[in-house]
Design a protein around this ligand. Structure first.
Ligand SMILES: *Cc1c(COP(=O)(O)O)cnc(C)c1O
Length: 431
């Protein structure tokens, strides 16, 4: 029993809890870095009383930082009222939230929302809807004949860890151990329009052609791959190919959405010239720290494919989550946090490039989703050094540090973070 660890007087309190953690949790996440206690704004304290400036925000989740008064009020008032009812019943917050998301996404009349509880679940819903859509395409497999419809995903894409979402997730190390996964998903080289063109060209109803493409699924900035933005020309080109072949475009905005990249959704970026998704998935930041996700299906026809009984989840549209999301969105709107994301992002990228740390080779990203690339692959050691000096960042790749602070971050917070980043030693050991 692990009780013995708690009383081991040679370990400080954090170390005792971490030993206990290890005894009772499966090891999928590796060893936690600290045991956290409480947060306020952009700062969080561990149980030993150390303070950290948080430039990760629970992986792009805590849009309003910690314990934001509007979020705490909405969450506690809703908890005191009703927290969960199941989908045999409706609640006002879930209806208001669905309407709000449709409005924010500029989705056309007849668009509908499906709520889930995480990013992976949002993409499961998107993929299931795409399957139903695929069955309506000419030459598609029905119960007795035709060809299976295909889904095209991108190299380096990340869509979640459940079996469906994992089937569209590129990284072999996390996907391969679970094969065979969903069939008829292909990985096409990101940012290579020729390759996407060729994949569509293989579509054919004849005996030698592959089946029709039901959907392309992609992120506009590949977050887990190291914050890699897709080229605007490429995104527009993929949209056109989807139009020409009647395929859906699923844009995974789980990490880029909810204001983080300087617009409500990354597909609304001006340089994309109005690229429209058919399905957009969202999660992470949407409820400011409450687990929630979902999809918006653009238009009546597509939405209608999810008819009664086709999909569901016990917690879907949970009023507690919906109230947290409404408070998060309302605060982002009224406190101008999207333009703050834009301005603080520019400040951050400029100051990082000018800070004189020769370990840094470039900085990329949009708004408050950014990565610094490193001269040698020491991201893990750099992350640990920053943590020891009071700054939370993330080693998103061996040679890249991700910076994704809460949207409430101030100009002084960015100054402070860069002041720590600039002192990261250049001679750290490689990962
Ligand atoms: C985090 C993430 C997911 C998975 O979300 P979970 O809530 O961890 O299931 C899916 N897609 C993208 C782009 C993500 O960043």
């Amino acid at each position: 029993m692990s009780d013995s660890h708690i009383t081991d007087s040679n370990l400080n309190e954090s170390q005792q809890w971490l030993t206990h953690y290890d005894d009772v949790h499966m090891h999928v996440f590796g060893k936690p870095l600290r045991v956290m206690d409480h947060g306020q704004g952009a700062r969080i304290w561990d149980i030993d009383g150390n303070e950290y400036l948080d430039f990760l925000a629970g992986i792009a989740v805590n849009a309003l930082g910690y314990a934001h008064p509007a979020w705490v009020k909405a969450c506690s008032e809703q908890a005191a009222k009703v927290a969960h009812v199941s989908n045999y019943f409706a609640t006002k917050p879930q209806i208001e939230l669905a309407q709000k998301l449709i409005d924010l996404a500029d989705a056309p009349q007849g668009s509908h929302v499906y709520f889930g509880n995480s990013g992976a679940e949002a993409n499961e819903a998107a993929l299931k809807l795409a399957k139903l859509y695929g069955h309506t395409l000419p030459g598609a497999k029905t119960a007795v004949d035709g060809k299976p419809t295909r889904i095209l995903a991108l190299t380096h894409g990340f869509h979640g860890r459940t079996m469906g979402a994992l089937s569209a997730t590129w990284k072999p190390a996390i996907r391969k151990p679970f094969e065979p996964l969903l069939p008829d998903i292909e990985f096409i080289e990101a940012n290579n329009l020729e390759a996407m063109h060729d994949a569509f060209a293989e579509t054919g109803v004849g005996i030698y052609g592959k089946g029709p493409v039901a959907a392309v699924i992609m992120e506009l900035i590949q977050g887990e791959a190291g914050v890699m933005p897709l080229d605007a020309d490429y995104v527009r080109g993929v949209r056109k190919l989807c139009d020409n072949h009647k395929a859906l475009l699923i844009i995974d905005e789980v990490q880029t959405g909810m204001g983080r990249t300087g617009s409500w959704f990354a597909f609304q970026r001006e340089d994309l010239g109005g690229v429209r998704p058919d399905i957009v998935s969202f999660a992470k930041g949407v409820a400011g720290g409450f687990p929630m996700g979902g999809i918006i299906a653009f238009g009546e026809e597509l939405s209608a494919l999810f008819s009664a009984g086709k999909h569901g989840s016990t917690f879907a549209g949970n009023p507690l989550g919906a109230a947290c999301a409404l408070a998060t969105i309302d605060t982002i709107e009224h406190d101008g946090l999207i333009s703050n994301a834009e301005q603080r992002g520019e400040q951050l990228r400029r100051q990082v490039m000018n800070c004189g740390n020769s370990l840094f080779t470039s900085v990329r990203g949009r708004g408050l989703l950014n990565a610094i690339t490193l001269k040698h692959p020491c991201a893990h050691a750099a992350m640990e050094w920053a943590l020891d000096h009071g700054l939370i960042i993330n080693a998103v790749a061996p040679n890249a540090l991700r910076l994704a602070p809460p949207l409430i971050i101030s100009e002084q917070d960015v100054d402070e973070a860069v002041n720590i980043l600039k002192h990261i030693p250049t001679d750290l050991s490689n990962d």
